[in-house]
Design a protein around this ligand. Structure first.
Ligand code: AMP
Length: 108
């Protein structure tokens, strides 16, 4: 079982921000901004390469709800998903990083 599947099953604890039947948002253990939350589907999907349009369609309003819950929707935030080794992906379960809470530096 992958690291994030163990978080979903409760074998590894997490600081949950928002959860529903299909998705989980929790605090990153090594935050790169004042607010750093990871958003994942509960079904195991290795990366964005394996993502389906159906799950993405359901995940979109969940991510927006996470931003609302965190109180960052109007001030803004950044969403990142790393894909594969060149993309810097370390955990093989798709996740979106939501970074917020401060003015973020430009990366592109
Ligand atoms: P990535 O490099 O895009 O695969 O991101 C993996 C992220 O998972 C990193 O930001 C880590 O800090 C984070 N991470 C690893 N283990 C945990 C954990 N047990 N709880 C919360 N976040 C974690």
């Amino acid at each position: 079982m992958c690291l994030f599947c163990k978080i979903i099953s409760g074998d590894i604890p997490n600081k949950t921000v928002l959860e529903n039947e299909n998705f989980l948002a929790f605090e990153d253990i090594n935050p790169q901004a004042k607010i750093h939350v990871l958003i994942i589907p509960k079904v195991h999907i290795a990366s964005f390469n394996e993502m389906t349009s159906n799950i993405m369609q359901e995940m979109t309003p969940f991510i927006q709800e996470v931003a609302l819950t965190l109180g960052v929707k109007s001030d803004g935030y950044r969403l990142i998903t790393n894909i594969g080794s060149n993309g810097g992906q370390e955990v093989g379960h798709i996740h979106f990083h939501l970074l917020a809470g401060e003015k973020l530096g430009s990366i592109i």
